[in-house]
Design a protein around this ligand. Structure first.
Ligand code: V4E
Length: 236
């Protein structure tokens, strides 16, 4: 499994030129549609788990422990998520999180009770294939966000490792850039954080504050109730 260490940045009109200037290689452009799923009472996202289907491929981003010693500025601008891409693993992890939430006994209202009962009824549900969405129904998961992204991707080589830069344009009118390094799980993340900070400096990016991702803006605009809950839980 890998951990994605990532820093988002605001894209300006000069960014493509700057990438070229620092030796970035454009590796292509593609469009994809993302759908994100959660329970109606936001069990997954309130625990910072993000379940996504991108063009038929499933991924669960799970919060990763920082693995760094100091909470410095470089740290604060980056996110770290462990990525699970095997569907059976995703299904068992999601099912575990929902059951754990039930066991914590925080489900007091009737819609939350229904959610737990539904999961309990389906505890023996067989693992299904990628195009079979029965498991979503069984776990009472619904799509809460759907959007398309046009992505232009670049790679940069620094000290024998690859840094990736993506420039994303979402169909709801938001553009964002990402500097990303993939680290094998268990490996120290400091080198990745330093590498990202180095590229950000080469690109002349301001290092003042964290930049919002596509989901942040999407929820703020289209799912204000969900957004407010995530803000008060300090997930966003
Ligand atoms: C992890 C996360 C979300 C899931 C979407 O993650 P993101 O990397 O922003 O999307 P994308 O399209 O670039 O995925 P990739 O192609 O890299 O797999 S939505 C919200 N989060 C949490 C989060 C956060 N709290 N803060 C920031 C700056 N980003 C994400």
């Amino acid at each position: 499994m890998t951990v994605e260490v990532e820093r988002k940045f605001v894209c300006d009109a000069e960014i493509m030129g700057k990438l070229q200037d620092i030796g970035a290689k454009c590796i292509g452009q593609r469009q994809f549609r993302d759908q994100y799923f959660d329970s109606p009472n936001f069990i997954l996202t309130l625990k910072d788990f993000w379940l996504r289907c991108r063009e038929g491929l499933w991924e669960l981003k799970c919060p990763a422990v920082s693995g760094t010693t100091a909470g410095n500025d470089t740290d604060a601008l980056c996110t770290r998520y462990r990525e699970i891409t095997s569907l059976p693993l995703i299904q068992s992890e999601v099912s575990r999180i929902i059951r754990e939430c039930a066991a914590e006994g925080r489900e007091s209202n009737s819609s939350q009770r229904e959610q737990i009962d539904k999961v309990a009824e389906n505890e023996d549900t067989e693992i299904c294939s990628a195009d079979d969405t029965k498991w979503l129904d069984d776990l009472n998961l619904v799509c809460f966000a759907e959007f398309k992204t046009e992505r232009r991707s670049y790679t940069l080589e620094r000290e024998a490792s690859v840094v990736r830069v993506d420039l994303d344009q979402a169909d709801f009118g938001y553009c964002v850039g990402e500097i990303e390094v993939l680290v094998p799980e268990g490996v120290d993340m400091n080198a990745a954080l330093q590498r990202i900070a180095g590229i950000a400096e080469e690109l002349g990016l301001s290092s003042e504050k964290k930049v919002n991702g596509k989901m942040h803006v999407y929820l703020q605009r289209y799912r204000p109730e969900h957004y407010a809950e995530l803000l008060s839980a300090r997930i966003l």
